[in-house]
Design a binder for this molecule. Structure first.
Ligand code: BG6
Length: 281
């Protein structure tokens, strides 16, 4: 699928992979190793407009995840995904690849909603392996607490034939069952309905097994203590204006994050870095 470009984009042409980044949200919308199907799902119904979230790819979630507690007027998943970021570096690697770094710093606009000073940097090294690092620096004088996620939409042949391993025995918050805490069994996760789970206290690598496209997508991570697994299934897909009614079988989100119990407290002058590493096998 060719992606619309009414917004500024950067194409990274590396020897082993192709990728496309929107400056709106520092949003990686495409990445796949040369010769592979897209690894990141993008909705054909997505908005591509300044100030709007893009549906698919890797939205950056900061400084809160989901609904902001106590602030019903605040946008879901924070403001980082809908703001324009600046390119600050393109680091050329010896193999000809480049790692792109984008930045978003606090401003009067962000302080109106969230009264802290910060600098976010997002580095994308989109090669045969995709490595993404989000760093958060507290540039203010007081500590702050934040949640963050690399809300990665993975493209798969058919969710009804896929499974996810890596989360056996892990406790999760089931957002579609009153936020009850449950424990994942030993068997691979098979998705059979709307699924919206925050897996807690897990640094584990996850694998999405996709027999339809004959591949496995492996998501490894560093400094991330939670993993979210999400598929909207039929009714929620229909209810979302920026998601095609029939697109739900072709995606699953496996999100590298620090959310809920794992929100991070950052002291002034300190930096926190979280990395997701994605590979196709
Ligand atoms: C997931 C959340 O990370 O993102 C879900 O756990 C949410 O609850 C989904 O529905 C999509 O969120 P949004 O704001 O992009 O529609």
């Amino acid at each position: 699928m060719s992606l619309p470009t009414p917004l500024p984009t950067i194409t990274l042409t590396n020897p082993d992979a192709e990728s496309l980044v929107y400056l709106n949200g520092a949003h990686l919308a495409r990445w796949h190793p040369t010769g592979q199907n897209d690894v990141l799902f993008m909705s054909a119904a997505s908005n591509f407009a300044a100030g709007k979230a893009i549906r698919g790819g890797v939205p950056i979630i900061f400084p809160w995840f989901g609904a902001r507690e106590g602030y019903p007027q605040s946008p879901a998943h924070g403001f980082a995904r809908t703001m324009p970021w600046n390119v600050i570096n393109c680091d050329k690697r010896p193999d000809g690849a480049c790692a792109l770094t984008l930045e978003l710093v606090s401003s009067n606009l962000t302080r109106e909603t969230w009264p802290y000073d910060f600098a976010l940097r997002f580095t994308i090294a989109a090669e045969k392996t995709l490595t993404m690092t989000l760093t958060v620096t507290n540039t203010g004088a007081v500590p702050f607490r934040f949640e963050e996620a690399l809300h990665t939409y993975l493209a798969i042949g058919d969710i009804r034939n896929a499974s996810i391993t890596g989360l056996a025995g892990v406790t999760y918050i089931d957002k579609v069952d009153g936020f009850k805490r449950k424990q994942q069994g030993p068997e691979p996760i098979v998705i059979t309905g709307e699924t919206d789970r925050v897996y807690l206290a897990t640094q584990a690598e996850c694998t999405v097994n996709d027999p339809v496209w004959g591949r496995k997508i492996v998501v490894a991570k560093e400094n991330s203590d939670a993993t979210v697994v999400w598929n909207p299934w039929i009714a929620k897909a229909k209810a979302m204006g920026d998601f095609g009614d029939d697109e739900w079988p072709g995606m699953v989100c496996v999100e590298t994050c620090n959310v809920a119990d794992h929100a991070v407290t950052l002291e002034p002058g300190k930096t926190h870095a979280m990395t997701a590493r994605i590979e196709v096998r």
